[in-house]
Design a protein around this ligand. Structure first.
Ligand code: OAD
Length: 392
């Protein structure tokens, strides 16, 4: 809306200066009229199509698309990976890759976090992660952070599949919206990960920007206090990205470098509902295949958005789609299926079994050390790593 307002402003400014020059003025008016007609035509076509009385004769000629996959299916993608010797695969992940580890996603009906926040009496569920609301009332966020503080989570088959993609030399970068750090726990090197929505690892005072470490924040969360800065008494917030805040600069610099080079995009466990992350799917070249592994289709733009050129999104269903594939189901199952087809199935199963055994052993050792240190006992939930508070 703001942008259409400023366009109008510019037009008005243009008109008054053009009054001095009738010729320029009439040209400007003609151009404006034709722009307006174009917009009206776009909206007319969109509405006509939606309402089911689209005139077939005037249907747009579909954009010519390169046939990048021999067939728009998982087998087509596997064949493409093998024939094109992919070395620049990008994975994009959301909360759905961690639900099998026990961390809720945001929008799934019933189990999603946004459907279970009534008791916080928020103006709307997303307010708990809005910077404006947080500044005014940080308590709900910290109460939720403590409540969801996990005992222990283990990376999922999907996380280990991403690690294997890297170890096999296929992965250019993994972009995650999650802050559970399970990619790191799974052994994916830090330089391969872009934590688009930040991290719980460090925190900063909202006023003086003083930095605080993980342990400091953990102590405050569990003492039921809103963390306040030791220097200026301002509220201290973990460095996770709230609505209304900028994404880390690493996100933007990596996107610039990575997406033009991407030779296969795999989207895992995300509703692709939050910008600017969701629009990354439009940053790969038109020849780049895109595979979605998710319980539901995501990333399709409606016709109006396409006409208004707000990205074309995924195109799973049109007749001339030769690059977008949706595999609907659980991420772990989908990733195991991909690994099987690539011939790494047993390696993935073995990796998951061994890593889970190793993590369980470490967790037990940690728990007994803690027990020895604090024989009176901590609350069950007060263990492990506060980076795994929420998956956002
Ligand atoms: P959502 O909750 O919006 O979407 C999760 C998607 O994963 C849904 O489409 C689910 O159907 C799907 N899903 C859940 N479990 C799955 C499983 N085991 N296998 C396959 N699919 C599964 O979560 P995100 O897309 O990550 O941002 O949400 C994006 C952002 O919205 C978050 O990073 C957070 C939130 O508001 C901020 O707070 C800034």
């Amino acid at each position: 809306m703001a942008s259409s307002g400023s366009d109008e402003d510019k037009r008005q400014k243009g008109e008054s200066s053009d009054d001095k020059d009738n010729d320029t003025s009439s040209k400007a008016r003609r151009r404006r009229n034709s722009e307006d007609e174009g917009t009206v035509d776009m909206i007319r076509r969109y509405l006509a199509e939606k309402l089911g009385f689209f005139d077939d004769d005037k249907k747009e000629v579909p954009e010519e698309k390169t046939k990048v996959l021999t067939e728009a299916s998982v087998d087509g993608v596997i064949k493409y990976i093998e024939e094109h010797n992919c070395r620049n695969v990008i994975t994009m992940a959301g909360a759905g890759i961690s639900t099998s580890a026990g961390i809720p996603d945001f929008r799934s009906p019933g189990s999603g976090l946004y459907h279970n926040l009534e008791k916080y009496k928020l103006p709307d569920p997303q307010a708990i992660f809005e910077i404006g609301f947080f500044r005014h009332n940080p308590q709900p966020f910290f109460t939720l952070a403590k409540e969801l503080y996990p005992g222990s989570f283990k990376p999922t088959t999907c996380h280990y599949f991403i690690r294997l993609l890297n170890e096999k030399g296929l992965l250019r970068r993994h972009y995650s919206q999650n802050i559970d750090t399970l990619e790191r726990v799974a052994g994916l090197p830090a330089e391969k990960i872009v934590e688009a929505h930040g991290t719980f690892h460090t925190s900063h005072c909202l006023e003086c920007r003083q930095e605080y470490a993980l342990d400091w924040m953990k102590e405050r969360i569990f003492s039921d206090s809103v963390p306040s800065c030791e220097k200026c008494n301002g509220v201290v917030k973990p460095d996770i990205v709230f609505f209304g805040e900028n994404l880390p600069s690493r996100f933007f610099s990596c996107v610039e470098k990575d997406f033009p080079k991407c030779d296969l995009l795999i989207i895992l466990g995300s509703s692709l509902a939050v910008q600017p992350f969701a629009s990354l799917i439009d940053r790969v070249t038109k020849e780049c295949p895109r595979l979605l592994i998710n319980r539901e289709k995501a990333g399709q733009r409606d016709r109006l958005m396409t006409l208004l050129r707000i990205g074309s999104g995924m195109d799973f269903d049109s007749d001339n789609n030769f690059r977008d594939v949706a595999w609907l189901g659980d991420c772990d199952e989908g990733c195991q299926m991909l690994a099987d087809k690539l011939g790494w199935g047993d390696e993935l199963r073995k990796l998951v079994t061994e890593e889970h055994a190793r993590i369980s052993k470490e967790q037990k050792e940690e728990a007994s050390k803690r027990q020895a240190k604090h024989p009176s006992g901590q609350k069950k939930s007060e263990v492990s790593n506060p980076m795994k508070v929420l998956n956002m």
